[in-house]
Design a protein around this ligand. Structure first.
Ligand code: SF4
Length: 117
């Protein structure tokens, strides 16, 4: 029993784990996401963000599509690898994307076109 208590996950962590698994399932299932054009300039960023803002917070499929999620790092034209773990919105201890329009549990090697360093 003591062992179970020490390894218990918090409700927040359990919810994150469950949703992260659902997102992975969608991506592995072949969900087509808008990986390009990348959101490098202000205009494109604003356009992508505006579309995300129109979604319900739990419209996960469209969040993944519009943000252009991939299960692997994106290789930028400048040779910089774009992955959640190097993105300014990534919360390391929670494996979570804190971009207000996304707010999703992710994995360090995942990526999206709103990646920022
Ligand atoms: S904004 Fe950054 S942390 Fe969030 S999903 Fe995209 S690459 Fe990952």
């Amino acid at each position: 029993m003591e062992d179970q208590q020490t390894t218990a996950v918090s409700p927040e962590q359990a919810a994150d784990d469950e949703l992260r698994a659902r997102l992975r399932e969608m991506l592995e299932g072949g969900l087509q996401t808008e990986v390009e054009p990348r959101a490098y300039d202000h205009e494109t960023i604003q356009a992508v963000v505006a579309r995300l803002q129109r979604l319900a917070p739990d419209d996960y499929e469209n969040k993944l599509k519009i943000a252009g999620f991939t299960l692997e790092p994106w290789q930028g034209a400048d040779d910089i690898e774009q992955a959640c773990e190097t993105c300014m919105y990534y919360v390391v201890h929670r494996r979570f994307c804190e971009l207000p329009e996304l707010m999703l549990p992710v994995e360090p090697e995942w990526s999206c076109r709103l990646w920022r360093i």
